[in-house]
Write a protein that binds this ligand. Structure first.
Ligand SMILES: [Cu+2]
Length: 157
């Protein structure tokens, strides 16, 4: 694969375009039956371990609708980059979408799927609040105010 990319930059960029288009198609077709009805709760951001450095973001998406949805984009006016990460036991990877089942929940929590926030406009401090704008495949965009919590904070503690 990488050898073929190197042989012709033109073909390489053409392939990349096809791959990107394919990803978008998948992200935009979470299923057509039933309505998505999503809400976001419990958002918070543990203080970055390094001042102004990379932070995680956690929240819960609940879908009380009868149709599946997907979280396809997260952004913030207070940070250049917000990406979605999927965790396994030993690794994590950036993903373009996270599924929200019909009548289900998407949990972004410690040790599991999470947001990664980088490029802060202003280094965050405990007590600050960061706006997160969540875009869903079925068309809804939800803005939440995520408080910055101490590094070791856990919900309910
Ligand atoms: Cu991550």
């Amino acid at each position: 694969m990488s050898r073929r990319f190197r042989r012709s930059a033109l073909i390489g960029s053409g392939l990349a375009t096809v791959l990107v288009a394919g990803t978008v198609l998948v992200a935009c077709s979470p299923g057509t039956s039933g309505d998505s009805n999503v809400a976001v709760t419990g958002a918070y951001i543990p203080l970055p371990a390094t001042p102004g450095g990379m932070a995680a973001g956690y929240l819960t998406v609940q879908n009380i609708g009868s149709g599946a949805d997907q979280l396809v984009k997260v952004s913030s006016p207070g940070a250049k980059s917000v990406t979605m990460h999927r965790s396994t036991d030993t690794t994590m990877e950036e993903v373009g979408a996270l599924p929200v089942a019909a009548h289900g929940k998407l949990l972004l929590e410690r040790g599991g799927n999470h947001l990664m926030i980088m490029g802060w406009t202003k280094a965050p401090a405990v007590g600050d609040v960061l706006e997160l704008d969540l875009t869903f495949a079925r068309g809804r965009t939800i803005s939440v105010q995520a408080p910055v919590k101490p590094l070791t904070y856990r919900p309910g503690s």
